[in-house]
Design a protein around this ligand. Structure first.
Ligand SMILES: *Cc1c(COP(=O)(O)O)cnc(C)c1O
Length: 398
């Protein structure tokens, strides 16, 4: 029995991986068990923005793992303060609550928003509402999939938690119209990732900020995927020069080696938590804090944000200029592109297979969109190598 069939016999079938078995990775390159090398233009959904096995992150991880790793938050360590201090300063916010995965940090934001709604805004008990966008992706817990508009995420998992209202993404007037006296927060991705790298109209985030200020509602951005340099700014909302009340981060925060997430917010919002109200056995452990701090230092010192802006503009230009009869639209910002494939002709999944055969790893989302999100450490030459192969696949009659 081959490895893939073996894995299938013991693994829940909640994913449909490409038929590639990876063995090693370094920087932007990954190698499979047959010795074939691929350019990673997927970066584990942006978790590997610093590239695979970044030497500084690996060193910090090894050193910390053998010194002090997991102790729980029952005690202090010397690492959590410096990590979160750096994080809140970069985000322009005041305090942070460390968790592990993105979904947990989203859950943390929901709890903070609801308590703020009751204790500060004065909403009646259990009536708080949070406005979310259609086609959102915020993770996979039962509360979160309950406010998803994707039936495959929800089917068979109810009953769901109430208190969420969906509005179309990119339409600020729809948010304004959905606000009631019970609304405590608007929770939105500044660019929708899993929906297919959907960029809202210019001014949308600024309008949301103005509406939330006027109606006394918290504005919370989920930047688990769009944050930490992916779009050519530290955070995607900074393209519109505004500051949210809460910010959800994860994925790249773990340096590509460990799950690290956080809910970052203003002091007013974070004050909603007191001992006993929230927690996580692993959240903010010494190893996580050390890796998170090193990941932030690497992004800053290697100017990965600037690289993402510059090489991202170049990548989007090249993708847009490719001649192909299967491409409908190219969207994106920074080193983050979504290519909408004409479903009449071919499935995005089959284009992914063709790209893999040429040595480029990507992953479709929703069957019609290809994503290209290489590590932000990619060089111009490596990017050109990938673009040539993508061009070849797009030009071919598929
Ligand atoms: C991936 C993602 C999440 C969930 O993160 P997990 O670590 O998989 O729980 C939440 N929000 C957004 C925008 C994401 O892209």
């Amino acid at each position: 029995m081959g490895y893939i069939d073996f894995e299938r016999t013991v693994t829940a079938q909640n994913y449909e991986p490409l038929p590639i078995v990876l063995r090693e990775a370094k920087g932007v390159w990954v190698t499979d068990t047959e010795g074939r090398r691929y350019l990673d233009m997927m970066s584990a959904y942006s978790a590997v923005s610093m590239g695979h096995g970044h030497p500084r992150i690996l060193n910090a991880m090894m050193e910390q793992a053998s010194t002090l790793a997991v102790t729980s938050r029952a005690y202090h360590t010397e690492l959590l303060g410096p990590f979160l201090d750096k994080l809140v300063r970069l985000a322009g916010l005041d305090t942070a609550l460390p968790m592990n995965t993105g979904a947990e940090a989203v859950e943390t934001a929901i709890k903070a928003a609801r308590r703020w709604g009751y204790r500060v805004k004065g909403i009646a008990r259990d009536r708080a509402e949070i406005i979310v966008a259609e086609n959102n992706f915020h993770g996979r817990t039962t509360a979160i999939v309950g406010f998803s508009s994707d039936e495959s995420y929800r089917d068979g998992f109810g009953p769901f938690t109430g208190g969420f209202r969906q509005v179309p993404f990119g339409d600020a007037a729809a948010v304004a119209a959905a606000i009631t006296p019970n609304t405590c927060a608007v929770l939105i991705e500044p660019i929708q990732g899993e929906a297919g790298i959907v960029v809202p109209p210019e001014g949308y985030l600024r309008e949301l900020r103005a509406i939330c200020d006027e109606r006394r509602v918290l504005l919370i951005f989920d930047e688990v995927q769009s944050g930490l340099g992916r779009t050519g700014r530290w955070f995607a909302h900074q393209h519109e020069g505004i500051r949210p009340d809460g910010l959800v981060l994860g994925k790249a925060l773990g340096g590509g080696v460990y799950p690290v997430s956080a809910f970052v917010g203003t002091r007013e919002v974070m004050q909603m938590f007191n001992p006993g109200s929230h927690g996580s056995t692993f959240g903010g452990n010494a190893l996580a804090a050390r890796i998170g701090l090193e990941a932030l230092d690497v992004i800053e010192e290697e100017d990965l944000v600037g690289r993402s802006a510059e090489l991202g503009a170049y990548m989007l230009d090249r993708l847009r200029s490719m001649r192909s009869n299967i491409v409908r639209e190219v969207r994106g910002r920074g080193l983050w592109a979504g290519v909408e494939i004409d479903p009449e002709g071919v499935s995005a999944r089959s284009v992914c297979d063709a790209l893999a055969a040429e040595g480029v790893l990507s992953k479709d989302t929703h069957g019609t969109v290809l994503r290209f999100a290489p590590p932000l450490t990619i060089t111009r030459e490596e990017l050109d190598w990938g673009m040539e192969r993508i061009e070849r696949v797009f030009a071919r009659a598929l």
